[in-house]
Write a protein that binds this ligand. Structure first.
Ligand code: SF4
Length: 90
């Protein structure tokens, strides 16, 4: 799937194709939960992030690589699919 097609497919259509957090190597870094998320490798400035706490390609549910189930994609999370969103990066 190309980045462009991911951005144009409606949320409903992409739901079944989302990856689990473990597959995407997702994790949350709690020590950065109050950080400025416009710089650094954060979900917040990834092109797939959907404010306030979802991702277009990774599910909200399930355990992350640390065995935790937060039920969201956090702004201070990160995964192996991270791609810079030039509109958010400062
Ligand atoms: S880094 Fe990007 S692709 Fe990975 S979970 Fe966060 S928002 Fe989604």
């Amino acid at each position: 799937m190309t980045k462009d097609s991911t951005r144009t497919i409606p949320e409903e259509a992409t739901k079944l194709k989302k990856l689990t957090k473990v597959t995407a190597r997702y994790m949350e870094m709690d020590q950065f939960s109050d950080s400025y998320h416009h710089t650094g490798y954060f979900c917040y400035n990834c092109i797939y992030f959907m404010k306030p706490h979802h991702c277009a390609v990774v599910t909200d549910e399930g355990e992350d690589v640390n065995g935790r189930s937060s039920g969201v994609i956090a702004p201070h999370g990160i995964c192996a699919l991270w791609e810079p969103n030039e509109k958010e990066i400062r």
